[in-house]
Design a protein around this ligand. Structure first.
Ligand code: ADP
Length: 161
């Protein structure tokens, strides 16, 4: 069974992330969406909130699972028997950072391959950060995030009807 892991902060999960999951899950038997637990990085949504939202959005995808990981991704991948890490590339600005991580991961565990999927063109400028900025001022982000996420974002900033 070919298992892949798709790691990220997902703070919160956007349509860009969703597109990645849909494409990646068709390439592997099992895809684990792994939320990075990073105590030094402050997030808008708690780990549990992010997990619940992602689970709700991906509920109809049987070969996709949502989990958390702490520490080094390659160690987590090995623990769950994932042989591939899936990452998304948007603009060229993503490349340097991702390439550096790829190299260090290869050095630490050559048995775990990294696969990059290029962002679909309608998602190439989409990020969780931008959606948080828009929702902060009460604007809906429903064109760019699943409905549950869009609602949760407005609620988080106190913009509920
Ligand atoms: P991280 O902090 O690990 O970058 P993110 O939640 O921002 O976490 O992103 C998780 C993964 O999803 C990364 O590989 C990132 O490149 C990818 N990604 C983020 N936004 C998009 C998008 N709009 N289209 C495609 N991939 C994306």
């Amino acid at each position: 069974m070919k298992i892949a892991v798709y790691p990220g902060s997902f703070d919160p999960f956007t349509n860009g992330h969703l597109d990645m999951v849909k494409r990646a899950r068709s390439l592997f038997d099992h895809l684990i969406v792994a939320i990075a637990v990073n105590s030094s990085k402050s997030t808008l949504f708690s780990m549990e909130e992010r997990k619940d939202l992602i689970q709700e959005v991906l509920a109809d995808m049987p070969n996709v699972e949502v989990s958390f990981f702490e520490g080094l991704l390659v160690d987590y991948a090995e623990k769950i028997n994932a042989t591939v890490i899936v990452r998304g590339l948007r603009a060229v600005t993503d490349f340097d950072y991702e390439y550096a991580i790829y190299q260090i991961n290869q050095e630490m565990n050559p048995g775990v391959e990294t696969m990059f999927l290029l962002a679909g063109k309608e998602f190439s400028y989409l990020s969780s950060t931008i959606l948080k900025e828009v929702a902060r001022y009460g604007r809906s982000v429903e064109a760019h995030a699943p409905p549950a996420v869009s609602r949760a974002l407005l609620k988080k900033f106190g913009h509920t009807k």
